[in-house]
Structures are given as structure tokens and as C-alpha cells.
Design a protein around this ligand. Structure first.
Ligand code: NDP
Length: 599
């Protein structure tokens, strides 16, 4: 078969190649191949961006809402609550400031891979103009601080504070929240907005604890060691042998910067990323300032349509994302003809990524090894104009592990195929926990009605209504992807979710509803909706190489069978939330009225 660019695509051969590459990577330990940054690895989790020794008085208070997390989800929840007249809330955040992922990820080259005009929320309200089409992490972190100031969130925040326990008190109808700084906060509601990529993980490579050089995770970058900053060259790496494990979206951004200053850079690859054209550039101020009111919402919705296969008439963003995700090739086909079409489109999209490598990478062997052999929905595709050229530099070495991963780490360095690569510095670009147990990811185990911990209540798998409310955990709301939505523009999802949560809290307040939780039957019904929507994705996923998108293709069990994300467009997911709110009587929720209202 010949694609639009006149290149022969042998569908049978591609299917077989994908199958072989998947088989190489299948393993029995699934997500448990990774380890937490705790115990022996606790030092990896230390916040390098705050001065040690911070102390403050413990806070003892009663509030309407405790919001867990000061990233975009937490900030947007707070802003939406305030807009609805609820101003008595606390934001509890582990980091030293707002920003969430943009606080932690300060690695060199870190930037947003979604266009800033659609990714950064509230641009029309703040009047801020992003300096570039794809904004740097430094700028986004600064924007988070600006949001904090603009919407008066700082007075509500308790930073460098970790929640240690939340217990529902059925006598007072309050959550009792305890923290690492001895705070005792009684709250009518808690909103757990802990983030999608909140918890960094390390690969379980034998000998990892033996490495004698400097090692850190990308989300805790040690500029003290590397020198430089997110914007300045890392002169501390001059003459040093640096290794980076991982070639996902983070490494794609960090490698070009490391390549500029490291004496030698070794990139240890298990599975290559697809890396398309980026084309970043400064914002055209005249264009930006000339946008009509309401432009941002229109652009955000337009982008989400364009990357979920619900093609808008005009592609307003028109970038690598919209070009490659224009058709949702993992949807359930209605006929054999459609199935063949979807498969061909997917192969063509990935073939274009592979051809780009041949055009840029000079050494044919390196080019071949950098090629991704899986479907476009299997892993997050990347867009970068310096990653592939970095492999043309004499100081950059791709160490491909042919899908097996790094064999061993020693005191001196990293071993692949029996060859030891001595290193001074080792960077783990090994990603974040996404599908581990909820309480493990958020860092505390809420105790619900009757003293039951959430971990125990969900021992057979998560039970929620829309991924937001849970039975037996009154007045607890979750903002996350578990049994909820997801999107390429994740902040669009967070905007919709936080709006929902704030509206539910406001509706409860207005209607005198003292407690709200999900009814078990409604949780079951929602699971049925998720299963129905997941049929296409489930079929597609079994052609993929493992990764966090598919829980490392681990063997399913009753728990993982419930660890689902609504697989369609986040706008479809948001539609469920909106219809539920519009119904007016909170269908599927069990509510109790306050005594005055009931009386
Ligand atoms: P990922 O989980 O995508 O990548 C982890 C990498 O580590 C993979 O390449 C993985 O290989 C590799 N790895 C794991 N174990 C081993 C091993 N034993 N030996 C060798 N390699 C190993 O994490 P990232 O931090 O790169 O990205 C996570 C997510 O963060 C992205 O998907 C994206 O959603 C987000 N992100 C967003 C950005 C943005 O611009 N908005 C920028 C950067 C990240 P394998 O693939 O084989 O598992």
C-alpha cells in the first residue's frame, strides 16, 4: 500500500514488527517494576528548591473546604469556589509554592508540549500574554504564581506541608485533617487535587542504590551539581560523563540541554519516543492582543476536538498535535472497512515520525534504533526540534537496550549487555506513578464513615461516581484521572473537573445539604459507562508496547479492571458532569440535609 507521500507501507510487515517490539518488552512485574522515592530513596524526594529549616506555627481551625494540592487543579478549584462565593478554604501543598508539576519540574529544557494559548488557564482574566507559543516551565511556574496573586490564593495556602491523615467525623460531619506541621483543620469538604504526575518513580534496576556518583530524578533537578539553571548552561557538567535513563517526554526535552554541556552523554533507551516537528517561536503580540473576547475558550475547545477525532471545521491551533491526532484511531470501528482505514491512518502517522528520524539523524544505525514501533495512542507523542539532532553530536551516545532496559547499576555506572558505562552523574527520567493505588499516589489514606480506610474500602478496586464522589467517604471529592477523564490538554480537563467540584460544593451549601456521597448502585452504573466507552481503546491497547498509558500491560485483576480512565474526549466526559448537575437532584448521590433544612 502507498501512503500520501508515495512510500510503500507493508501493513502485514508493520503489524508483525509492532508485535515483535511489544513481545520484547512484556514483563510479569508490570507497574511493580518501579519503586517509590521513599525509604532508601527518600533523599531523591527532597525538595531542592526550598531552604531547609522552614518552621511555622501549627494551624488549628475550622474551614469549609480543604484543597489538597496547589497545582492547576487545586488553584482552579479555589478560584471557582471563590467565584461561587465560598471563600473559606485552605490549600495544603507539599511544595514551597503554587505550580504543582510546574513547581517540581525545573529540569533543563522543560516546557509545555501543548500550545500555551490553550494550555495556560484564565489568560483572558489575567491579561497575561505568554512569551512563546510553547512556554518554558520557568514561565509557566511564574504564571502559576501570578494566578496565585491575582486571585488572592496565597493567604489560603499552607506550603511545605504534607497531609498525614484525613478522618471523617460522623458526629460533626467534618473531615479532621492532620498535617506534617501539626495542623488540625476541621473541614466540611475535602477536595483531593493531588495531580496526575505528582509522584515520581524510580526504575527497579538491580544495584540502583550502589551508584557512587551523583544521581537524581528529573523532577528534583540538582542544579547545585550540574551548575546553570533552567535557562543557563550547566557548566558544572563540563568534562563529566552523564547518563540519563529513560527516553519519554521528559528526556526528549532534557537531552538536548545536557548534550550542550556534558563531556559525554549516554542516553539509555528502552523504548524510543515518537518525536515530531515543534516550531516554537515568540508570540505575535498584534495577533494575540487582537483576539476577540471569548477567544481562549473557543481555542481550548477547538484544540480538544481536533486531538480527539471530532474534527472542527477550522483547526485553530494547527500544530503537530492536531496533525497527528486528527483521527482517533483507537475508537471502536463500525465496519471492517473502517477498521482497516483506522489502522492504515495510524501506521501512516507513525511512519511519518520514523521518516523524520532518517532525515535528521546522520548515523543510520542510531537512526534505526531511535524509531518507535507502536501505535500513536500507545505513548504520549513528543514534539521537539533539538532532540534528534542531539544524536549527531560526537559527545552524545545512544545506548539502546533493545526493549530490555538497563541491566544493572554499579558503583561506577550503568551496565547494558554486559558493558559497563562509567558515569559521574546519572539522571532518572523514569516518570511518575499514574496507576498505582490512589492512597499511595496522594500520600495518605482517607478514613471514611465507620472508620474504614479508603485502601480497605477499595481493596477490590476503585468505586466512584464520575471519578469524583465515593460511597462511604462523604464530602470527599477527587480531581484526577481515576474513573474520570483525561486529555492531551490536561489543564482543559482540570478546568472542567474543578468547575464541577466547586459547583457541587456550592449547590450543597445553597441547598442545605450536609453530606453527599456516591450511592453504590450509581458507582456500578458509572463503571458500566466506563466499560462501554473503553471497548475501542481496550482493543487498541493490546497492540501497544507497555508504558504508563496502559499500566505497563500488567496482567489484569479485579483491582486493575476498575483502574480505568474515561477513554473518549474529555468533552464527552465533561458532558456527563454537566448533565448530572443540570438534573438538579444529584442523581446517584446519597445526601443528608442539615437539621435546619430538614426541619
Ligand atoms: P515516562 O513514563 O514517559 O518515561 C519513562 C522512561 O523511562 C521511558 O522511556 C521508560 O521506558 C524508561 N525506563 C523505565 N525503566 C527503565 C529501565 N529499567 N531501563 C531503561 N529505561 C527505562 O516519563 P516522562 O517523565 O518522560 O513523561 C511522563 C509524562 O509527563 C509524559 O507522558 C507527559 O504526560 C508528561 N510530560 C509532559 C510534558 C509537557 O510538555 N506537557 C513534558 C514532559 C513530560 P519504556 O518506554 O520502555 O517504559
Amino acid at each position: 500500500m502507498t501512503d500520501d507521500n508515495g512510500i510503500q507501507l507493508d501493513i502485514e510487515q508493520l503489524r508483525e514488527r509492532y508485535r515483535i517490539e511489544q513481545q520484547k518488552r512484556l514483563r510479569t512485574d508490570g507497574i511493580s517494576q518501579y519503586q517509590e522515592l521513599s525509604g532508601t530513596y527518600e533523599e531523591y524526594d527532597r525538595d531542592p528548591y526550598v531552604e531547609p529549616g522552614f518552621t511555622r506555627e501549627a494551624v488549628v481551625e475550622s474551614t469549609d473546604v480543604v484543597i489538597v494540592g496547589g497545582g492547576f487543579a487545586g488553584m482552579l478549584t479555589a478560584i471557582n469556589l471563590a467565584k461561587l462565593g465560598i471563600r473559606n478554604f485552605r490549600i495544603v501543598e507539599k511544595a514551597g509554592d503554587f505550580g504543582g508539576t510546574w513547581y517540581w519540574n525545573r529540569y533543563p529544557g522543560c516546557m509545555c508540549d501543548v500550545e500555551s494559548y490553550t494550555y495556560l488557564p484564565l489568560l483572558e482574566e489575567t491579561g497575561y500574554m505568554p512569551t512563546e507559543r510553547y512556554a518554558s516551565a520557568t514561565e509557566i511556574f511564574g504564571y502559576c504564581q501570578l494566578i496565585g496573586r491575582t486571585f488572592d490564593l496565597y493567604d489560603h495556602a499552607l506550603f511545605q506541608t504534607v497531609i498525614t491523615g484525613t478522618t471523617w467525623d460522623d458526629a460533626t460531619h467534618r473531615w479532621q485533617v492532620e498535617t506534617s506541621r501539626d495542623d488540625r483543620i476541621a473541614a466540611r469538604f475535602i477536595v483531593i487535587a493531588g495531580g496526575l504526575l505528582h509522584k515520581a518513580k524510580l526504575p527497579g534496576i538491580p544495584g540502583i542504590e550502589d551508584f557512587a556518583g551523583r544521581a537524581f530524578h528529573t523532577s528534583r533537578w540538582d542544579y547545585g551539581y550540574t551548575g546553570g539553571s533552567a535557562r543557563e548552561p550547566m557548566d558544572g557538567l563540563a568534562g563529566k560523563r552523564v547518563g540519563i535513563i529513560g527516553t519519554g517526554a521528559t528526556a526528549v526535552q532534557a537531552v538536548p540541554q545536557l548534550a550542550k554541556t556534558a563531556g559525554e552523554l549516554f542516553v539509555f533507551q528502552r523504548t524510543p519516543s515518537a518525536v515530531g516537528f515543534r516550531g516554537n517561536g515568540p508570540t505575535d503580540e498584534a495577533w494575540y492582543r487582537g483576539q476577540a473576547p471569548g477567544w481562549q475558550t473557543e481555542r481550548i475547545i477547538n484544540f480538544t476536538h481536533a486531538v480527539t477525532g471530532t474534527q472542527p471545521d477550522t483547526d485553530l491551533v494547527n500544530d503537530g498535535w492536531t496533525a497527528s491526532m486528527w483521527v482517533d484511531t483507537q475508537k471502536l470501528p463500525e465496519s471492517d472497512v473502517e477498521a482497516a482505514d483506522l489502522e492504515r491512518i495510524d501506521f501512516e502517522t507513525m511512519e511519518a515520525f520514523r521518516r523524520r528520524i532518517d532525515e535528521i539523524v546522520e548515523d543510520p544505525t542510531t537512526a534505526e534504533r531511535l524509531k518507535p514501533w507502536y501505535g500513536k495512542h500507545c505513548k504520549r507523542v513528543c514534539f521537539h526540534d533539538e532532540y534528534l539532532p542531539a544524536f549527531n553530536r560526537p559527545n552524545v551516545h545512544l545506548v539502546d537496550t533493545d526493549g530490555r532496559g538497563v541491566e544493572r547499576i554499579t558503583a561506577a555506572g550503568v551496565v547494558v549487555d554486559g558493558v559497563e558505562y562509567p558515569l559521574d552523574c546519572l539522571v532518572f527520567a523514569s516518570g511518575f506513578e499514574v496507576t498505582t493505588d490512589f492512597d499511595q499516589r496522594v500520600g495518605f489514606d482517607p478514613i471514611g464513615r465507620d472508620g474504614t480506610p479508603l485502601r480497605e474500602h477499595w481493596s477490590h478496586g476503585a468505586r466512584t461516581l464520575h471519578g469524583v464522589l465515593a460511597g462511604s467517604f462523604p464530602n470527599m471529592m477527587m480531581i484526577g484521572i481515576l474513573q474520570a477523564g483525561f486529555g492531551t490538554n490536561f489543564v482543559h480537563f482540570l478546568s472542567k473537573s474543578s468547575e464541577h467540584v466547586a459547583n457541587v460544593i456550592a449547590a450543597c451549601t445553597a441547598q442545605g445539604i450536609e453530606t453527599i456521597e456516591a450511592a453504590p448502585a450509581a458507582e456500578d452504573e458509572w463503571l458500566g459507562v466506563l466499560y462501554g466507552a473503553a471497548a475501542g481503546a481496550a482493543r487498541y491497547v493490546f497492540t501497544c508496547t507497555p508504558g504508563y498509558y496502559n499500566s505497563e500491560l500488567g496482567a489484569p485483576n479485579e483491582k486493575t479492571a476498575r483502574t480505568l480512565v474515561y477513554p473518549g474526549s474529555l468533552l464527552d466526559y465533561a458532558g456527563y458532569l454537566e448533565r448530572w448537575r443540570d438534573a438538579g437532584d444529584m442523581p446517584g448521590a446519597v445526601v443528608s440535609l442539615s437539621e435546619t433544612t430538614a426541619g
